[in-house]
Design a protein around this ligand. Structure first.
Ligand code: PMV
Length: 320
């Protein structure tokens, strides 16, 4: 049987950076994110005993390099005695470029695969299986504003505000389209092993989460903006101080930060965040979206702009 699911990337405002248990891919700390609506991945999974092994196509082309992670995720979800799978993924935004494509992909994969295999699993179990493949993917099972709590044994993920309850918008400034040199996992490992700031980063995460959670509960945009920018810059400081240093930004990333600062000085409700790549994500209230888009489009080095409101978690598509 075949099934198709859709999921969107999520953008962390309080970041996940570092693992407490690399073998089980358990994050060192909790995190808080927003799930997008317009950037999306659609994943079709079909189990087929006539295949000799799993197959993966991404946007119509065979993708052998990504296959081992997909196969491992399916084994984790369904056991190694499962049938071989034909997996087809279509994605409407750049892959492995710091836009959380793996979060959307693994969230869609676990939803489609469990249906195609005829097993019914609750969302928390699916989130844990997706998180085993990519820590941030656990959050894309849920929509709106999402919190992931981490413990020594498991993660627990919840929507703390539904997408429609606080209509934040995201403007993504794409400053490079190539794939990143270093995976998030490898970069996190370097940070944990060599950055003198890593221990403080982990230690301060609970207090950043508490501030962000309260800001979401009160819909206090300024407070969310302050903690999210600070948390993002702390994460990148941890990376910059690693040996060798990990720098995902380019000149245009910094130009975009300056554009956001200028908009803020003019009173626009907007803040930035940046993940393991050179793209800048500007989070704003809807009344500022047009202005933020125009300003980022006019910023030196920006190649493309994508816009998105908040969206739903991963789900099966009609007919699946
Ligand atoms: O889930 P991963 O292994 O791709 O790591 C995600 C890391 C960041 O995007 C930088 C932060 C986050 O919380 O999403």
């Amino acid at each position: 049987m075949s099934a198709t699911a859709q999921a969107q990337p999520n953008i962390a405002l309080v970041k996940y950076w570092g693992k407490r248990n690399p073998a089980r891919n358990l994050p060192a700390t909790g995190s808080l994110s927003i799930t997008l609506a317009s950037l999306l991945t659609r994943m079709t999974v079909e189990f087929d005993d006539s295949l000799s092994q799993d197959e993966l196509r991404v946007n119509g082309a065979a993708a052998p390099a990504m296959l081992p992670r997909v196969s491992a995720c399916l084994d984790h979800l369904l056991g190694e005695r499962r049938s071989p799978a034909a997996v087809n993924s279509d994605c409407n935004f750049p892959i492995a470029a710091g836009l959380a494509s793996s979060a959307a992909a693994f969230a869609a994969l676990v939803v489609a695969a469990s249906r195609a295999a005829g097993v019914t699993l609750d969302t928390q179990t699916l989130a844990r299986a997706a998180g085993y493949a990519s820590g941030s993917a656990a959050r894309s099972l849920y929509g709106g504003i999402v919190e992931l709590a981490a413990s020594d044994t498991e993660v627990a993920v919840t929507t703390i505000r539904a997408a429609g309850e606080w209509p934040l918008e995201v403007v993504v400034a794409v400053t490079a389209t190539g794939t990143k040199q270093l995976s998030s996992g490898d970069a996190m490992k370097l940070s944990a092993e060599s950055s003198p700031f890593y221990a403080q980063w982990v230690e301060q995460q609970d207090s950043d989460l508490a501030v962000a959670r309260a800001a979401v509960s009160e819909k206090n945009f300024d407070s969310l903006a302050a903690v999210a920018e600070h948390n993002c810059l702390k994460m990148h400081s941890v990376m910059w101080a690693s040996r060798p240093p990990v720098v995902f930004w380019n000149a245009a990333t910094i130009n975009c930060m300056e554009t956001v600062r200028k908009l803020q000085r003019q009173g626009a409700p907007v803040f930035f965040t940046i993940d393991a790549g050179p793209q800048l994500k500007a989070v704003c209230l809807p009344e500022a979206t047009e202005r933020v888009e125009r300003a980022l489009r006019a910023t030196d080095g920006v190649i493309d702009i994508m816009r998105s409101p908040l969206g739903e978690g991963a789900r099966l598509l009609d007919g699946s």
